[in-house]
Design a binder for this molecule. Structure first.
Ligand SMILES: NC(=O)c1ccc[n+]([C@@H]2O[C@H](COP(=O)([O-])OP(=O)(O)OC[C@H]3O[C@@H](n4cnc5c(N)ncnc54)[C@H](OP(=O)(O)O)[C@@H]3O)[C@@H](O)[C@H]2O)c1
Length: 248
């Protein structure tokens, strides 16, 4: 890839104040894209991401919005398009994980997880279907757990399975406008979401499960997303690309 192959493109990355989303936003900016940084609570962190991008010579804005609320999703699109003029790339990254055995999951936990991971992705895709530029790119963040049989992961894996299916249907719906729709499915990646509730020993065990013998780093996922957002990936659509160092 040439160093600046997203020059002039406008990208919205949900959940980009931290973790994988932050790395994706920073990577897209290094490729020349102007980026909208979305957060739900951590305004300081989002402002830090924007400041870092601006210092490096890029353009970014921080936008508060809870992707589990349709009104907030509409607001993210309104503000991005108002500020930058249009939208070319949507990355549906915001997500949470709840890992508990089926017997212990509460209705409110199910509803919250599906509201963020599935409803958020679905309605952001709906806004993109209405408002993304022709030739645009949608990348949804799924997970390696869709290929596994992991105890404690029933609702999280179910939510990511839904993300994969939204991706496939939308790829057909938007192909006529030359918009590609793909999912990227990370294995374990070293972030707050991943470390929550795990011991160092468990983390080392998971690292050894990967063919490449380590836990993923946010940059590993951001590089794959930068490729999918680029013209070089023009013939890839409707796919879930597993980026996991040979974990599954
Ligand atoms: N880490 C892994 O091992 C792994 C593996 C496979 C898939 N994934 C997926 O990758 C994505 C990112 O995960 P991560 O590990 O980077 O998570 P993370 O470190 O916990 O970061 C989550 C990001 O999402 C934002 N967010 C959370 N709830 C939101 C909401 N309701 N509306 C808008 N933004 C919201 C957070 O904003 P605030 O800073 O404001 O809280 C933060 O920017 C998720 O979809 C996750 O399921 C992660």
């Amino acid at each position: 890839m040439s160093p600046k192959n997203l020059s002039g493109k406008i990208a919205l990355v949900t959940g980009s104040s931290r973790g994988i989303g932050r790395a994706m936003a920073e990577r897209l900016s290094r490729e020349g894209a102007s980026v909208a940084i979305n957060y739900v609570n951590n305004s300081n962190s989002a402002r830090e991401v924007v400041a870092g991008i601006e210092t490096a010579g890029g353009a970014a804005i921080a936008l508060q919005g809870d992707v589990s609320k349709l009104e907030d999703i509409q607001g993210l699109f309104d503000q991005t398009i108002e500020h930058f003029g249009r939208l070319d790339v949507l990355i549906n990254n915001a997500g949470i994980r709840i890992s508990k055995n089926v017997a212990d999951i509460k209705e409110a936990e199910f509803d919250r997880l599906f509201a963020i991971n599935v409803k958020g992705t679905f309605f952001a895709c709906q806004q993109a279907a209405r408002r993304l530029s022709d030739g645009g790119k949608i990348i949804n963040v799924s997970s390696a757990v869709t290929r596994m049989m992991l105890p404690g992961y029933s609702i999280y894996a179910a939510s990511k399975g839904a993300v994969d299916q939204i991706t496939r249907a939308l790829a057909k719906e938007l192909g006529g406008r030359n918009i590609t729709v793909n999912a990227v499915s990370p294995g374990p990646v070293d972030t707050d979401l991943f470390r929550d509730g795990k011991s160092e020993e468990q983390i080392q065990q998971m690292a050894q499960m990967a063919a490449l013998g380590r836990i993923g780093q946010v940059q590993d996922i951001a590089d794959a997303v930068a490729f999918l957002a680029s013209e070089a990936a023009r013939w890839i659509t409707g796919q879930s690309i597993h980026v996991n160092g040979g974990y599954v």
